[in-house]
Ligand binder design. Structure first.
Ligand code: AVJ
Length: 323
């Protein structure tokens, strides 16, 4: 069974892109939200990143799921898996398999901003799990949680936010997001949260500045997205990829640094933007977590961190929180 709900039209997405780019490029310092990395090429580059020797998070999270998915299924005891920002599907299937072994699985609700991505990743799940009710939702989960078809008589729910996706939000936004998830869920439901952990800064920086330059291409690709979708003339070759560790905030920051003084035009926004030579624009933060810190954040959102699993190396954690 497969159906797809669209809470977000291409038109609305376009409006958000325009507003984000207009605001980000006229702010000081300039910045762009990371969600615009993921056009078709950006998604391919991200998939490539997940296989890089330096980029450990995807492998570490998968290793935890390989060992712990039955415990997770047991603890969640859920009829529905809701996944916000669905990944490539390997990790999802580990969870679906365990929940179906546990005997409670009925429904899978993948949520993503990209309808194309959902159609190509979720439909095969429906084909491979006969009897599973796959209800894909196109939506911006930072804003549309209330629209999820998750209420009602459908039994307990497990809501998964994997891949350390929450690390891309600043603490204040993260607090609102966690509170929003909490208020969407009901007693008995649980939240499975993937969190990359604080570690040696050298390894962290290498994960975001790989030797093959894939992350650099991924970072610069956001400029091509602006060019294609908003009629911009930003040249990705005019910018250097920067990845640095901010020890105060305990997050990785990705930036694009102008290699020369330049003026860009964004036709559809009727906008001219000046960059000074060496000017840096923030394109992503990727926060790294500690157990105590995340546990406190979950507490403040109304959750109780019931389980905490890490990979053998202690690089990455999966937390299971109950409402
Ligand atoms: C989207 C959270 C999985 O922050 O690690 C990878 C995106 N950016 N390399 C992360 C990303 C640069 C990624 N996640």
């Amino acid at each position: 069974m497969f159906r797809i709900d669209r809470n977000l039209t291409a038109d609305e997405l376009d409006k958000t892109l325009r507003a984000d780019v207009a605001e980000g490029l006229t702010s000081s310092p300039k910045s762009l939200p990371p969600k615009w990395f993921y056009d078709e090429r950006g998604s391919v580059l991200f998939e490539e990143i997940t296989g890089l020797p330096e980029y450990y998070p995807t492998r570490a999270e998968r290793a935890i799921l390989e060992h712990r998915s039955d415990e997770i299924a047991e603890a969640a005891d859920a009829a529905a898996l809701i996944e916000l920002g669905s990944g490539s599907g390997v990790k999802t299937r580990l969870l679906l398999d365990a929940m179906s072994r546990h005997g409670t699985l009925e429904r899978f609700v993948p949520v993503d901003v990209s309808g194309d991505f959902l159609a190509s990743s979720a439909r095969p799940v429906a084909d491979d799990y006969p009897g599973l009710d796959v209800h894909a939702v196109v939506g911006d989960f930072e804003h549309h949680l209330g629209l999820l078809p998750v209420g009602g008589e459908g039994g307990r729910r497990l809501l998964a936010v994997l891949g350390s996706t929450i690390g891309n939000q600043e603490p204040a936004a993260r607090a609102l997001f966690l509170r929003d998830i909490h208020d969407t869920l009901a007693p008995g439901d649980s939240l499975l949260l993937g969190a990359d952990l604080v570690k040696d800064p050298e390894r962290l920086v290498a994960a975001y500045d790989d030797s093959q330059g894939v992350t650099a291409a991924f970072n610069r690709n956001v400029l091509s997205v602006i060019d294609h979708r908003l009629g911009g003339d930003l040249d990705p070759d005019d910018f250097d990829h920067v990845a640095l560790w901010d020890p105060e905030n305990e997050w990785i920051e990705m930036r694009l640094r102008a290699r020369r003084r330049l003026r860009a035009h964004i036709r559809d926004l009727d906008l001219e933007v000046d960059f000074a030579e060496g000017e840096e624009m923030r394109t992503e933060i990727s926060a790294k977590f500690r157990r105590e810190g995340l546990s406190a954040e979950l507490d403040r959102a109304g959750f109780d961190l019931a389980h905490w699993w890490t990979d053998p190396n202690g690089d990455f954690a999966l937390g299971l929180a109950t409402v």
